[in-house]
Design a protein around this ligand. Structure first.
Ligand code: 5MM
Length: 362
């Protein structure tokens, strides 16, 4: 007997996806695995132990109610889904109360592809159906799976493009069968000295391959979100491009490859500074071209860098750090509506330091 999503299942998936990106809302990617959050904590001298991770994630989740106007979903790491604040309240319940969708990172990291120049695929399919069913029962609405591709003279190889597209599609189909909206994240790393044009060409190839695979796997596009890189020049490219050039290259690549049935593009920040990530998002939404999807943010570093700096691991700084989070979330919501201007930053804490981590794959 063939397996299909019922109309009710499709309706539920489409509603979750639309709800996350409605009216300029975006996603807080707080799903750093324990190794990755350790790198973030290193920058503020905080020890990477479970208690500090709990304190930090409590700060993020218990932010003022008004955060719901800017954040439609938060992606959690497994550990956080079951953590409680000091009063014994589950952190995920803060999100539920605010009407914010609960997301979960379900991939298990990257592994090398034999015979390639350090290229990778992402693992985690074994037992994914059971894990998704449990996450759904535990209140999750959506999931995230990240694949990584690299630009060099000889990469991404066709093998890496095809393999990563297929594993993303397989993951997406398993999520949907369990009532979970999959975020499809094929990240092309910004490492290298390649031009904006080269990144556009590779992004088009990679995203087109993803949509071919999603179609082959009968994934219901209305019940998915895409989390791509913006099209930017390589980190070491000597030519600098304006936000408008980045916006047009990004929109051109997406308009050529992403079906309008897919409701929302939720960009990763990829090591851009907080202010660049916001400026680029604004330029994308201010461009005078047809944009059939919501174009918003799913930032990790670009929403948290100045929050971490304000917190520094001290209980007395929690309220100040939460204000910083609210501010960054609001700036990005405005950018997702094309209404942001750098003068809105005030004398606040926006960070214009690059957040680039070489070969960011962990
Ligand atoms: C690319 O990383 C994702 C978006 O973060 P940025 O906006 O900082 O680029 C992020 O969600 C990432 O996938 C998580 O931090 C999980 O990473 P690890 O490497 O711990 O799986």
């Amino acid at each position: 007997m063939s397996v299909h999503l019922s109309d009710a299942q499709k309706k539920e998936l489409a509603e979750i996806a639309k709800r996350i990106v409605r009216d300029g809302r975006g996603i807080l990617a707080a799903d750093e695995s324990s190794g990755t959050i350790g790198k973030r904590f290193d920058t503020i001298g905080v020890e990477n132990v479970e208690e500090n991770r709990r304190q930090y994630r409590s700060l993020l989740m218990s932010c003022d109610q008004s955060v719901k106007d800017s954040i439609g979903g938060v992606i959690l790491y497994h550990e956080t889904l079951y953590q409680k604040d000091d009063s014994g309240k589950l952190l995920r319940d803060f999100l539920k109360e605010r009407g914010i969708a609960v997301g979960i990172k379900v991939d298990k990291g990257v592994v090398k592809l034999m015979g390639t120049k350090d290229e990778t695929t992402t693992q985690g399919l074994d037992g994914l159906g059971e894990r998704c069913a449990q996450y759904k029962a535990d209140g999750c609405d959506f999931a995230k799976w990240r694949c990584v591709l690299k630009i060099t003279d000889s990469t991404p190889s066709q093998l890496a493009i095809d393999e990563n597209a297929n594993v993303l599609a397989r993951y997406a189909s398993i999520c949907q069968m369990n009532g979970i909206v999959p975020i499809v994240e094929p990240e092309i790393l910004p490492d290298g000295n390649h031009t904006l044009e080269k990144c556009q060409e590779v992004t088009e190839k990679v995203v087109a391959a993803c949509y071919k695979a999603l179609s082959d796997h009968h994934v219901y596009l209305e019940g998915t979100l895409l989390k791509p890189n913006m099209v930017t020049a390589g980190h070491d490219c000597p030519t600098k491009y304006t936000p408008e050039q980045v916006a047009m290259a990004t929109l051109t690549a997406l308009r050529r490859t992403v079906p309008p049935a897919m409701p929302g593009v939720t960009f990763l920040s990829g090591g851009q500074s907080e202010t660049s990530a916001t400026q680029h998002l604004n330029a994308i939404n201010a461009a005078d071209v047809l944009r059939p999807w919501a174009l918003t943010f799913s930032y990790g570093r670009a929403l948290q860098a100045s929050v971490l700096k304000a917190w520094k691991g001290k209980a007395g700084n929690v309220a100040a750090a939460q204000k910083v989070l609210l501010h960054r979330a609001k700036m990005n919501r405005l950018a997702a509506q094309g209404k942001y201007n750098t003068s809105m930053e005030g004398s606040g804490s926006a960070d214009n330091q690059s957040l680039h981590v070489a070969n960011h794959q962990y």
